[in-house]
Design a protein around this ligand. Sequence first.
Ligand SMILES: C[S@@+](CC[C@H](N)C(=O)[O-])C[C@H]1O[C@@H](n2cnc3c(N)ncnc32)[C@H](O)[C@@H]1O
Length: 268
Amino acid sequence: MNTEKVDFRSITDEGVTWTMLGTLYLRAWESRQARPILGDRHAAEAIDRIDYDFAALKRRLRPESNQFLVALRARQLDDWSTAFLARHPDAAVLHLGCGLDSRMLRLDPDAGLRWYDLDIPQVIDLRRKLYEEQGGYQMIGASVADEGWLEAIPADRPALIIAEGLFPYLAPTEVRRLLQRLTDHFPSGEVIFDASSPWLGRLVKLCRWAPRDGREVERWNPRLKCAEQVPFTTHYHRIPVRRYRVLYRLMHAVPALRHMMREYRFTF
Ligand SMILES: C[S@@+](CC[C@H](N)C(=O)[O-])C[C@H]1O[C@@H](n2cnc3c(N)ncnc32)[C@H](O)[C@@H]1O
């Protein structure tokens, strides 16, 4: 990671670009818990280096409660990633809509791996101020909907495709087309991502795609098999603060609440 202070004050609190600063902030906050779920110290280091109005961000984010949502989600995707990379240490990882996430540093994978962090060009420009490309690690500034970036990635390895906090912001046709391009390009792999339920999707202003369940994706793309769909409350026992652990446990007991957000794992 670079070490000089960087100025992010130009980011405004409108639109999706801002959200990636929010998730980074929540992971940094969570890393300071006595018994963290994720413990992302790289996020804390990044936040310490960013010049931004974090007091205003904190008021909007309410980290005391929302840190757990982000930490549980990231931990589930990290656990699936770790399991995949243990089986395929020579894989290609595509981290789509990576924002400022330090997932590669957290997982610290084998040197034989190729890791591609992709986000829109404005975000990758900011990301380059924090992180360096080296070895098999590369950053790509492009929209997932653009043609060209995928074709430039060698298709000779099993692929782990991670999309955290991304698919809800895409139109259904964009998600479908992207999944088709990915399974056409790579011989085999996994796609892991999170999504909201349709009723929650209707309430969230920026949400555009919210599947009923994994069968929707299987119908779109028969090569993709839904191996797991895990409600966001499943690992409530990991929450170190009692009142939030109890809250998540109660939500887990109510099907409509339990399934309002899920992490999905598809194989192909
Ligand atoms: C909620 S943030 C999540 C960032 C990161 N995955 C995390 O968990 O911290 C959503 C990210 O998706 C990116 N994004 C949105 N639309 C995109 C697109 N069409 N192509 C690539 N990235 C996109 C945004 O720029 C933003 O960084």
